[in-house]
Design a protein around this ligand. Structure first.
Ligand code: HEM
Ligand code: SF4
Ligand code: SF4
Length: 516
């Protein structure tokens, strides 16, 4: 897709740089969606304070009084202003990230489209917020808005006339503006709920350190540089030069110069192109990964895939064929193909290997690893690096290790790791994306728990954990991954030479026992 490869390259560089600065746990780029949601909370809290002091009958003087309050007013107003700017930054990074990672189409299209609506709502909020202040910037924004409205066949009297001349603007205007500024965030809350309605356990808040660190930064900024306030609006004079917030007033030059219809045509065209990303970014049917399928003969109804699916695409339903699993009427997993993004994480969840996208189930993974070992005959000195193909590009080599790419480290069935170790390879290093950067949301989180915390479909206790290592890697951090391999090799040196088993048949161990 045009631009996506370049966007991925930029993102990989930026992520790697931020990881070096903050570490992957606190990399703000990974938490951009959650940061936007957290800013929304900060805006609500600070807005609630500000609204007590705002007067629709004397808007500008009430803001001047607020800005002059030495203890709370001055900095709460500034935090409100800076948090609204931070929202735009965070949303831009978040949307860019989703675009670069092609998380836009299929079941994710709803999030994409509601995301764009959220942006529109945020911009309207910013616009009405600045008009509320009724300084020069507010006046210019209101006049530009009125001019645009007048281009639409809505009002019989042009409303732009209200903004010129001697007549004072009616209180009703400021009331309506305030009403929109407060009502719109309620719509924003509803939209946000819809936005994350297809993801399980949405991360709506960034990690605590980032949340408090970010809040402290906003407060420090507000104390050091209180938000500017322009000269009072004056409808009798041409507006003087005043500071504008480019993040919210970027459309002003076009709105002031272009005819209304041209402005609307450009806005509609640009929004339409972005809105249609889920259509044009969708792979052709032959390249589209198929949704997961459940093999009801193997499913024991354990519910693990239902618990692990990051997209709530699995439901547990009554078996229609009670004889299907040893004659016991139980539940069986059922995949809703319209919600499944084909991430394969359920394949890693299912101990009996009964679910997963076609060709990527636990059974398929075991067949692949058997063939790999048969053909390559890895020896006791070899380190196998099972790498997520998002973290390590397919054309890359890795010094000191043999690459074994998988589509998501979270989809890896632990029996693949067991197979490698029982066949006597020196060690298995699994390189996954950092947990908050998983393109499938929760892959590395479940992988880590399956390897080290006995989450169901766990790596068996008999596997020597000293020969298994988990590393987090990103496309832009090849050097760090090389260092992780070198450190792992050095640790492996201290161990005895592993002895491989001639026959390892893990698939047979997973067959349901006859008549059980
Ligand atoms: C106020 C604005 C926004 C907020 C607060 C927000 C917040 C979030 C949050 C918290 C998630 C869940 C992340 C997770 O737990 O994995 C999410 C998912 C998502 N967002 Fe946004 N978002 C906003 C705007 C946007 C925009 C503008 C777009 C793109 C046009 C977008 C696209 C998406 C997509 C596609 C997902 C789903 C990711 C997936 O399913 O893998 N969002 N958003
Ligand atoms: S994890 Fe496997 S066995 Fe358990 S419910 Fe899902 S498909 Fe069935
Ligand atoms: S592949 Fe499995 S885990 Fe991933 S969305 Fe589909 S059902 Fe859920």
């Amino acid at each position: 897709v045009i631009g996506q490869a370049a966007a991925r390259h930029v993102l990989a560089r930026a992520d790697a740089a931020m990881n070096r600065l903050y570490g992957w746990r606190f990399n703000p780029l990974y938490h951009s969606g959650a940061i936007a949601a957290a800013m929304f909370l900060i805006l609500l809290v600070t807005g609630l304070y500000l609204v007590f002091f705002y007067r629709i009958s004397a808007p500008y003087p009430s803001v001047v009084r607020l800005a002059a309050q030495p203890w709370l007013g001055a900095w709460i107003r500034s935090v409100h202003r800076y948090a609204s700017d931070a929202t735009i930054f965070a949303v831009a990074v978040h949307a860019f990230r989703m675009f670069a990672q092609n998380r836009t189409w299929g079941p994710r299209a709803l999030a994409w489209i509601t995301g764009l609506l959220l942006v529109a709502v945020v911009l309207v909020c910013g616009w009405t917020g600045y008009v509320m202040v009724w300084d020069v910037q507010g006046q210019v924004l209101a006049q530009a808005g009125a001019r645009l409205f007048d281009a639409l066949p809505i009002f019989s009297e042009p409303i732009g006339r209200s903004f010129v001349g001697e007549r004072r603007l009616p209180d009703a205007f400021f009331f309506l503006n305030l009403f929109v500024h407060i009502a719109v965030p309620i719509g924003l809350g509803l939209l946000l709920w819809l936005h994350v309605s297809r993801v399980a356990r949405p991360g709506l808040l960034p990690p605590r350190g980032l949340l408090w660190g970010g809040t402290a930064l906003l407060i420090a900024l507000a104390l050091a540089w209180p938000a500017p306030l322009g000269p009072a609006a004056d409808l009798l004079r041409l507006p003087p030069r005043a500071p504008y917030d480019v993040l919210y007033a970027f459309w002003l030059p076009a709105a002031q110069v272009w005819p209304g219809w041209a402005f609307f045509a450009a806005t509609l065209g640009a929004s339409g192109a972005v809105l249609l990303v889920p259509v044009w970014a969708k792979p052709v049917p032959s390249r589209r990964p198929a949704p997961s399928v459940v093999d009801e003969r193997l499913c024991t109804g354990c519910e693990q895939c239902f618990l692990d699916c990051p997209y709530e695409a699995i439901a547990m339903i009554e078996r229609t064929d009670p004889k299907g699993h040893g004659g016991r009427p139980t539940l069986v997993a059922h995949v809703d193909a319209t919600r499944c993004v084909s991430c394969g994480i359920c394949a890693g969840s299912c101990a009996p290997m009964g679910v997963g996208p076609p060709g990527r189930t636990g059974r398929d993974q075991l067949r692949r690893v058997e063939q790999f070992v048969r053909e390559r005959q890895p020896d006791a000195d070899e380190v196998i690096a099972i790498v997520c193909d998002r973290a390590v590009p397919a054309d890359q080599t890795l010094e000191g290790a043999t690459l074994y790419p998988v589509t998501c480290a979270g989809s890896l069935h632990s029996s693949v790791v067991e197979y490698f170790t029982r066949k006597g390879v020196g060690g298995v290093l699994i390189a996954a994306c950092p947990p908050r950067d998983c393109w499938n949301r929760e892959g590395p989180k479940w992988l880590e728990q399956r390897l080290y915390h006995e989450r169901e479909a766990e790596l068996q206790a008999r596997v020597d954990r000293r020969r298994v290592r988990l590393a987090y890697a990103t496309a832009g951090s090849a050097a760090e991954l090389r260092a992780a391999v070198a450190a792992f090799r050095a640790d492996l040196q201290a161990l005895d030479r592993p002895r491989g088993e001639a026959e390892v048949d893990l698939i047979a161990a997973c067959e349901p026992a006859e008549g059980s």
